[in-house]
Design a protein around this ligand. Structure first.
Ligand SMILES: [Zn+2]
Length: 139
């Protein structure tokens, strides 16, 4: 189990699973409905530690692992938050100041804008960076 300094994983039960499903539905929409070739992504529903109560989500860069606080799952911009974390987790996408989706403090990006930016960033990674990174790691 991966540990985060900001999050405390909730134990898996019926309630946690319901919240996790909200996040998985977005990832599955990306994978199955929209056809993105995503790896398996581990999703943990959490409570944040006190000093990180404003954290909306976290990801292990390139590690296919994301942490989403239970409170975040109730937000209207959950799609944008999940896609932000998926880009970190899968594509190692870094923060980009002023980007509605990838700004460090990205706030309230509408779903269609979020999907559009995700599409651009994912394909840049998929076609130009993915194999290059893999080659580097093998060298
Ligand atoms: Zn981020």
């Amino acid at each position: 189990m991966l540990k985060s300094k900001k999050h405390i994983d909730r134990t898996m039960n019926k309630d946690t699973k319901l919240l996790r499903d909200k996040v998985m539905n977005i990832i599955n929409e990306a994978r199955y409905d929209r056809g993105y070739d995503l790896p398996f992504i581990k999703v943990r529903i959490t409570d944040t530690v006190k000093r990180c109560k404003n954290v909306l989500g976290s990801a292990r860069m390139g590690g296919n692992y994301i942490w989403i606080p239970a409170s975040t799952t109730q937000r209207k911009d959950l799609v944008a938050i999940v896609l932000h974390e998926v880009l970190h987790a899968v594509c190692k996408t870094k923060h980009e100041e002023g980007c509605p989706l990838m700004d460090t403090h990205a706030k309230g990006c509408p779903d269609d804008v979020a999907w559009e930016i995700f599409n651009t960033k994912f394909f840049v990674w998929y076609y130009y960076e993915k194999d290059y990174n893999e080659e580097l790691e093998e060298a």
